[in-house]
Design a binder for this molecule. Structure first.
Ligand SMILES: *Cc1c(COP(=O)(O)O)cnc(C)c1O
Length: 398
């Protein structure tokens, strides 16, 4: 056994410098703690990055996705095609509006929505009857409800296959929402993640590529939707409304100035932050390629740039993941099963009657996926430590 001195490796870690600390401090010395110059500067940075006309900063990625659902006119009973292999937010925002997530299974390599199946689902649901039935949950959805949108998720920092999703959306008049909360900086055939549908959403929780503490942001070129989203994030105040006039049912989804100031500095460092994450992923890739039973992340040919959010390996089916995780925990190395399928979360089972076996690819990835400690702050020797411990944990299990 190794006698390396104990050094705790965190699951993830924000990368903050003195510049972030100064920026937040500077805001606290003003009177403008919300809706001031920092949020404007943060939004402008995203317009520059993505080339989109509108960027709308919000209080979280979930809030941003919810505003997309509202702006898309998705309402009670509407069907929305989405992925069961995601963080729960992307489905929850549909439930907030009493819409029905229609899950379509994912590509086994990338974990992103499988476009062929999306096409079939939309066609079958439009046809109705028996064809539609197979895509609907066992309970909780009306048989003749219309499909309104596709909500695609860019899983683990890689965009879904939008050139194959967009034609389906076009043919059936659907809105296409891009959950790019894990994909800031990623590129798909040279195009920026976040710009690949009608609206794209980023998130800035401390484990994301950049952080604002809590926060999110929507980008779009849809003028009308952008105006609606700005109103809804600010308690439903339309342009021209006074502080106590509320044209719409809105929310307090505003991002505060301290968070935005943090974000402005982080955006200025984006290239460097992405580059360090890329290096860490590279170190993992080199070492893991030699460990039997470990599958390293697949980068799709359409991905012209992956933006590493988490580093998720897949263990061969015969390896007992929980045993490996327990052994790593004994070495103070945190790992996490990733993702647990959305359709099998208790509230989803209760509402829609899903069962194990309904989305086999998602469930297989969910059973074999293991997120390793990952951040731009990781050193090469920490990556070494994780990989050696992993190799040992797997070897012991044989
Ligand atoms: C992080 C994330 C979100 C948004 O998370 P918040 O914590 O609300 O900012 C949404 N979707 C996915 C896929 C995510 O990973």
């Amino acid at each position: 056994m190794s006698t390396t001195p104990f050094e705790a490796i965190p699951m993830s870690s924000p990368d903050l410098s003195e510049a972030e600390r100064q920026a937040v401090l500077a805001v606290v010395q003003t009177r403008h703690l919300s809706m001031g110059p920092q949020i404007t500067a943060f939004e402008e940075a995203f317009c520059r990055l993505t080339g989109c006309r509108h960027a709308i900063g919000v209080s979280s990625g979930t809030a941003g996705l919810h505003l997309c659902v509202r702006a898309a006119g998705i309402a009670t009973g509407d069907l929305v095609i989405t992925s069961p292999f995601s963080f729960v937010s992307s489905s929850n925002v549909l439930l907030y509006e009493n819409a029905i997530p229609i899950f379509v299974d994912v590509d086994p390599r990338s974990g992103n929505l499988e476009p062929e199946q999306v096409q079939t689902a939309v066609k079958d649901l439009a046809a109705g009857g028996k064809a539609a039935q197979r895509w609907l949950p066992r309970q909780g959805a009306a048989a003749r409800a219309p499909v309104k949108a596709i909500l695609a998720v860019d899983v683990f920092g890689q965009a879904a296959d939008y050139d194959r999703l967009q034609p389906v959306a076009d043919e059936y008049g659907l809105r296409l929402i891009e959950d790019a909360c894990e994909a800031l900086g990623a590129e798909y055939k040279g195009r920026k993640a976040g710009t690949l549908g009608n609206y794209g959403v980023f998130a800035f929780y401390p484990n994301k590529q950049i952080t604002t503490g809590e926060g999110g942001l929507i980008v779009t070129n849809d003028d009308q939707a952008a105006a609606m989203m700005r109103a809804l994030r600010n308690q439903g105040r339309a342009p021209g409304d006074t502080w106590l006039q509320h044209t719409y049912l809105g929310y307090n989804y505003r991002m505060d100035e301290m968070s935005a100031a943090l974000g402005v500095v982080q955006m200025g460092r984006l290239e460097a932050l992405l580059a360090t994450r890329q290096s860490v992923a590279g170190w993992y890739q080199e070492r893991l390629a030699e460990i039997p039973g470990v599958e390293v992340p697949f980068v799709a040919p359409e991905t012209s740039r992956a933006s590493w959010f988490v580093y998720v390996i897949r263990l061969a089916p015969h390896i007992l993941r929980q045993q490996v995780a327990d052994r790593l925990a004994q070495q103070h190395i945190p790992v996490r099963p990733y993702f647990l399928p959305i359709h099998l979360q208790p509230y989803m089972v209760e509402r829609f009657g899903y069962r194990p076996g309904d989305y086999p690819v998602t469930e297989d990835l969910g059973e074999r996926g293991l997120a390793l400690p990952f951040s731009g702050k990781m050193t090469e020797s920490q990556v070494d430590q994780v990989c050696q411990a992993l190799r040992e944990a797997i070897r012991q299990g044989r």
